[in-house]
Design a protein around this ligand. Structure first.
Ligand code: FMN
Length: 389
């Protein structure tokens, strides 16, 4: 047994209507292993999730799933927009359930951060909250090279986006069998772009004030609560994230002002009987990328304000296994009785991560070069601790 075995990490927790056996979650990670033509989940993914569900009983969150072709962004991904696509995810979800664990389907739309060449090749538009507000000079250059313009989403585009979230959420729950859907409000994809004053220059009811910039995020929340029930809906935020052009603390409007409003609107809905299953958070310390392409860690900012507003289940992720003696992990998971810790990078290379943490077994280092490389290698090739002995 390890120092972690006695922490809250290995106590059960109720999330929505489900009791998880531990507070160790697999963080959502886009891994590009699905079928790249139809964007359908496959046996490669089934094995990956099935392996991580064994001897676990906790929550596994999926890769980000595009709610529509207009939001795919990348050459490879997953969708559940059609019945066939949703059915293709079912074996993965079933494998998780058969092993006694639980599945959340993360839903997103990438907006202005789509790869322009991908959109061009598929005959799709490049859209975002406002025209010509690229994340950075590289993004602008990539659009120019593909002869793509960044177009402002029309009110029809916005209505369609909400419908696409609803269809995908219903399909994920009703056809794929997911326990939860997670709205990807993080990482400066479309919903976070609307919340960021540097990306959102709109003058209609979706821009121009904290309330207006939050409108789309909250409309998606309300639509999914209506469609599948609050107890099956989670959401992920990353107020501090600068990846993808986010303003973080340097915005004309500070990220705490913008996001405190969003967390308090969720808490208000909770008090009215519509408490979301969980709110997931990128820790403030995940400061963007280092030169070698990994996340850099900073301890400059405190994120405690978020948990003082939102009183429901919190999922927290960000470098918890990179901090010596797991100090932040132990402090955060033991600070209250409503915190789940999500692990990303080390879950890629340790399919039995919960058991390793509980027993104090060494962790296999992750291989960044295989994070996004299609195929089995670096995805289904890492052994469990007992297999490696
Ligand atoms: C390869 C990779 C892909 C990721 N894709 C997503 C994603 O699709 N959605 C998301 O919300 N976060 C994504 N993340 C962030 C993780 O969910 C997690 O928040 C982050 O890796 C911090 O956890 P860690 O320090 O344990 O790795 C990704 C991270 C990695 C390493």
């Amino acid at each position: 047994m390890s120092q972690l075995s006695k922490t809250n990490l290995f106590k059960p927790i109720k999330v929505g209507l489900i009791e998880l056996k531990n507070r160790v979650a697999l963080a959502p990670m886009t891994r590009f292993r699905a079928d790249s033509v139809n964007f359908t989940a496959n046996d490669t993914m089934k094995k990956h999730f099935g392996d991580r569900a064994k001897n676990n009983g906790g929550l596994l969150i999926s890769d980000a799933i595009s709610v529509s072709w207009s939001g795919i962004g990348y050459p490879n991904g997953i969708m559940v927009q059609t019945k066939e696509q949703a059915e293709a995810l079912k074996p993965t979800v079933d494998a998780v359930h058969e092993a006694g664990s639980f599945f959340s389907a993360q839903l997103f739309h990438v907006g202005r951060n789509a790869v322009p060449a991908t959109m061009k090749a598929r005959g799709l538009r490049l859209i975002g909250p406002s025209a010509d507000t690229f994340a950075d000079a590289d993004a602008e250059k990539a659009a120019k090279e593909s002869d793509m313009k960044l177009e402002e989403m029309t009110l029809d585009d916005i209505e369609q986006l909400k419908k696409d979230f609803v269809t995908s959420a219903k399909n994920a729950i009703e056809i794929s069998g997911a326990d939860f859907v997670e709205i990807h409000g993080a990482s400066n994809y479309t919903l976070a772009q609307f919340a960021d004053i540097s990306a959102n220059k709109r003058t209609d009811e979706y821009g121009g004030s904290i309330e207006n910039r939050s409108r789309l995020m909250l409309e998606v929340v309300d639509a999914l609560v209506e469609a599948v029930g609050a107890e099956k809906v989670g959401i992920k935020f990353s107020p501090y994230m600068t990846f993808g052009g986010g303003s973080g603390v340097d915005g004309e409007i500070h990220c705490i002002a913008q996001y405190a409003y969003l967390y308090s609107e969720l808490e208000r809905r909770a008090k009215e009987g519509k408490r979301l299953a969980y709110v997931s958070n990128y820790e403030a310390r995940l400061a963007g990328f280092t030169k070698d392409g990994d996340f850099g860690l900073s301890t400059e900012y405190s994120f405690e304000w978020a948990s003082q507003i939102w009183k429901g289940v919190l999922v927290r992720a960000g470098g918890y296994l990179h901090i010596p003696e797991y100090k932040s992990l132990i402090a955060d998971v033991n600070a209250d009785d409503r915190t789940i810790i999500a692990f990303g990078r080390y879950f890629t290379s340790n399919p039995d991560l919960p058991s390793r943490l509980r027993n104090g077994y060494p962790l296999t280092p992750y291989d960044r070069s295989k994070f996004y490389s299609p195929g089995e290698e670096g995805y289904n090739t890492f052994p469990t601790y007992s297999e490696s002995k």
